[in-house]
Write a protein that binds this ligand. Structure first.
Ligand code: UDP
Ligand code: MG
Length: 313
């Protein structure tokens, strides 16, 4: 049975690259159709994320040329994650599987073949991860590596080195759409969704044309969303720190007491003891308040408590 694939492409002010990349996406779609891997109803779905240039006009003319190119236009710029989610919401009505990919040809389109292979083997989520960051600037590479390492250490479940190029089965898309939260970080949510997932790898190329939309400030905001929305470990660490400080103050207190009993008191030691002891109490209080704040955060997100993978009933 042939399945319908939607290639979802978020586009924000991409007039410089879209005329080149749309051909590449189209050719891939048609070659997959010719190979009988996907149905003739498959499409490339562009999501214009409130562009101010001629991105939308280009999408409209592509659609007029061939209805295999289609698009939606968001009322304003909402950011890449929301644009992808909007695209998946529309794709979900018609597709069996979707691939999300950037508009700038940095991601190797031919990897889609391997992703479809994995999908046919029963995987619901197939991440296409960067195996090399040679084309990134030193700063971008360093910040990305630091982010993924911290994210892994904090057990966020965020896929290592995945920049948003992935295949999702209809089941995975439906599950993802049940999450109704702002501060979107799709890879974090996909880790929560579960189902069978695997990864394929590719080398990331340079942008075919145009410029990145991610300033360092935006990257930091995005990274914070990824960590704060998926881990309360930083809050637990306040508690751990307060206990360490309390233990240190006990040692200092015993030492200071012994020295005082031996008539060799060290006044600075008592001062240090007081700083550590009262500091640890304050940290403990902050940690306890933090635990309640974290609970409130998880409640406010109203994430689905479970998702059903199979049902024989
Ligand atoms: N993008 C978007 N909305 C935004 C910013 C970016 O839809 O507010 C799209 C953009 O058009 C591209 C993808 O997200 O298709 C990745 O953006 P970019 O290439 O600028 O990021 P980088 O590859 O430099 O991390
Ligand atoms: Mg890019």
């Amino acid at each position: 049975m042939e399945r319908t694939l939607y290639i979802v492409v978020p586009c924000f002010n991409e007039e410089k690259v879209l005329s080149i990349s749309s051909r590449t996406f189209g050719n891939k779609l048609f070659s997959l159709m010719d190979a009988g891997l996907i149905s003739s109803k498959s499409k490339v779905l562009f999501v214009d994320d409130g562009s101010q240039d001629s991105t939308w006009e280009i999408i409209c003319s592509l659609h007029e040329e061939n209805p295999a190119f289609t698009g939606i236009r968001l009322s304003r710029n909402q950011g890449e994650q929301t644009a992808v989610l909007a695209g998946l919401t529309i794709a979900n009505e018609a597709c069996d599987l979707a691939v999300t990919i950037d508009a700038d040809l940095q991601d190797d389109i031919n990897v889609i073949d391997q992703m479809i292979d994995a999908y046919l083997q029963g995987y619901d989520i197939v991440y296409a991860n960067r195996q090399s960051r040679a084309t990134d600037s030193f700063m971008k590479r360093a910040t990305a590596i630091a982010f993924y390492k911290v994210a892994r250490w904090l057990d966020t479940g965020i896929e290592y080195n995945n920049g948003g190029y992935r295949l999702l089965s209809k089941r995975a898309i439906r599950a993802l759409l049940q999450y109704q939260e702002s501060g979107l970080f799709l890879n974090g949510l996909l880790a929560r969704v579960g189902f069978r997932s695997t990864a394929v790898f590719y080398d990331r190329a340079k942008r075919a044309a145009g410029q990145t939309h991610y300033s360092y400030r935006k990257i930091i905001d995005f990274a914070l969303d990824g960590i704060i929305s998926f881990s309360s470990k930083p809050i637990h660490m306040i508690g751990v720190l307060s206990i360490c400080l309390l233990l240190a103050s006990v040692v200092l207190g015993v030492f200071a007491l012994v020295r005082t009993c031996l008539h060799a008191a060290l006044p600075w030691m008592w001062i240090l003891f007081a700083i550590c002891f009262f500091g640890s109490l304050q940290l403990l209080a902050i940690g306890i308040v933090g635990e309640y704040v974290a609970k409130t955060l998880w409640e406010a997100k109203k994430r689905p408590l479970f998702l059903i993978e199979e049902n024989l009933n």
